[in-house]
Design a protein. Structure first.
Length: 84
């Protein structure tokens, strides 16, 4: 049975992250706002992957001079899903 989680990113252009997880596998990821093409690509790449694998790959990514990025915020969203 899958669970859907919503996360409000901070410090980036995107305004909402919705992730569907079944067990420890990402079923779908939808990011509202931000760089549309890049985020669609990331959503496609993470589908079917284990949550920790995606956290490890995306965590700490920065955007320009910002200390975070949409990929980093996706990692934070996945960590928050695990904590709930």
């Amino acid at each position: 049975m899958s669970q859907i989680y919503t996360y409000k990113p901070k410090g980036v252009c995107s305004s909402n992250i919705e992730v569907e997880i079944e067990g420890d596998v990402i079923v779908s990821l939808k990011v509202t706002g931000g760089c549309n093409g890049n985020l669609k690509g990331i959503s496609s790449l993470v589908r079917g992957r284990k949550v920790q694998e995606v956290i490890d790959a995306l965590e700490g990514t920065t955007c320009g001079f910002k200390p975070t990025s949409c990929p980093d915020q996706i990692a934070k969203a996945l960590k928050a899903c695990r904590a709930s």
